[in-house]
Design a protein around this ligand. Structure first.
Ligand SMILES: [Zn+2]
Length: 475
């Protein structure tokens, strides 16, 4: 499957959004209603360009179907009435997800690598999720990454280094939060059932742990223990599968959100953080089609929150933002590229699916390798000096490639050279270029709808998101 297969439900949403605009404009007059049901969506690595790329892709697909509304807003999150921008720098400069997650979760700046604390003084910062729990609200933490990854961890844990997965996993099990859903819990294989293994500790700590799609679907309020920890049935490297690879074992990020709503809904209200964790991973690899697939999967999850919002518009707040931009994604018309990104639909899967296949077996000759790359990505992959040089490197044993050289790192970072070069050419042929394999310091859009949404307009520091949500929950 490719991303084309993943946008069936969009049409329904457009009609619904028109109704939503009407509802929202009424609500804007009702300033300072208290938000009892709060959703914070964080698209990791998702800047304005990533959101626009998904929108342009969807517009292209609809235009191809002869749909004359193709230029209307296509993403649920892009149609919210209140919009702002956040600055994302951490105390280290360009932020990583740990410092940015800390800012969003706790309203405090820290250095890169630290999770919800000042690593020098040892001061721990209290998160908005903890504050919600202390107010008697239920709390859900959902991610397509692994559960102790920096962004979700900043909401339930504290650590000097983001890689302290065992400690963060134990803190998860001790958090008392009501619903966790995401990829794997690293460091859970080693160790026994003595409380030092995060998964065992969660089970001992009163969590109903689900590992299969069947167990997940069977969850209802009161069906098991009070608290729930759902591990995605099909993780890869700790993450949920790529949306573009089309095999999520029947459990999507949107399904995780739906289940969260079902389990958390109640008199006391809830706070749910939902991270689209693989937008960042796709953008690190400069894979635009995979990034678009992840943004759309994330937006479908936002759509589930909007469905809930419609049932409780005066008491629900939905905020969509990101921790930072990744890749320096740019929409580039220098090659006369088409306005809409329909051409991305020829890509058959994620960069990692292609990368896994690149080996001297079947790829030894450049001609054959290029044919495979064109079949996988699209006709935009050219027979150029760059693809030939990258192919030669990919066919060279890893320790002989000179991978530590500056020029090599600039061209390929840690990725397979041939995959990186093919992606670069394919993306450029569509009209997308990248400036880096790392994070950038770009400002990030914020979109909000519902109770207190008007607070989120304007330009401000990422730390303000936490404060604004706290205020909205308190009114
Ligand atoms: Zn990143």
């Amino acid at each position: 499957m490719n991303i084309a297969g993943a946008h069936r439900s969009r049409r329904l949403l457009t009609g619904a959004l028109i109704a939503l605009y009407a509802a929202a404009s009424v609500l804007c007059g009702e300033a300072f209603a208290r938000a009892r049901y709060v959703f914070l969506f964080i698209g990791d690595g998702m800047g304005a360009a990533q959101r626009n790329a998904a929108e342009l892709y969807l517009a292209g697909m609809r235009e191809a179907l002869g749909d004359d509304s193709a230029r209307e807003s296509q993403l649920v999150m892009n149609s919210f009435p209140s919009n702002g921008m956040i600055r994302t720098d951490s105390l280290s400069g360009v932020t990583d997800s740990a410092a940015a997650g800390t800012a969003l979760a706790t309203g405090r700046k820290t250095v890169n690598g630290a999770v919800a604390m000042n690593p020098s003084s040892g001061e721990k910062f209290r998160s908005v999720a903890r504050a919600a729990k202390d107010r008697g609200m239920k709390v859900g933490i959902v991610t397509s990454a692994f559960l102790q990854d920096a962004t979700p961890a900043a909401f339930f844990g504290h650590s000097r280094r983001r890689t302290e997965y065992r400690s963060l996993g134990i803190q998860l099990s001790e958090s008392g939060f009501d619903y966790f859903a995401g990829g794997w819990l690293p460091d859970s294989r080693a160790g026994g059932k003595d409380g030092t293994n995060p998964l065992a500790a969660a089970a001992l700590g009163g969590y109903e742990v689900t590992r299969t799609a069947g167990e997940f679907r069977a969850l209802t309020p009161g069906s098991g223990k009070v608290r729930v920890l759902s591990i995605h049935p099909k993780t890869s490297g700790g993450y949920m599968p790529w949306a573009i690879d089309g095999d999520d074992a029947g459990v999507s990020l949107a399904d995780f959100v739906d289940k969260g709503i079902c389990l958390l809904d109640g008199e006391g209200g809830f706070f749910m953080m939902v991270e689209g964790g693989k937008i960042d991973i796709a953008c690190h690899a400069n894979d635009a089609a995979a990034a678009v697939g992840e943004v759309m999967a994330f937006d479908r999850a936002v759509g589930r929150a909007v469905a809930f919002y419609r049932s409780r518009p005066g008491e629900t707040l939905i905020v969509v933002t990101s921790d930072h931009e990744t890749g320096g994604m740019t929409h580039d018309a220098s090659g006369g590229a088409p306005l809409f990104y329909r051409a991305l639909s020829t890509q058959k899967g994620s960069y990692s699916a292609f990368e896994r296949t690149v080996s001297p077996n079947g790829y030894a000759k450049f001609g054959g390798a290029l044919a495979r790359a064109r079949a996988f990505f699209g006709p935009g992959v050219g027979d150029t000096k760059e693809t030939r040089a990258a192919h030669a490197l990919s066919m060279t044993p890893k320790d002989l490639r000179g991978a530590k050289g500056d020029e090599y790192k600039k061209l390929y970072a840690t990725y397979d050279p041939f995959t990186a070069a093919c992606l670069r050419e394919f993306n450029a042929s569509v009209g997308i270029t990248w400036t880096t394999f790392y994070h950038t310091g770009k400002d990030i859009p914020v979109s909000a709808i519902g109770a207190g949404a008007e607070r989120f307009s304007g330009e401000y520091e990422n730390t303000e998101i936490c404060r604004k949500i706290m205020e909205a929950m308190s009114d």
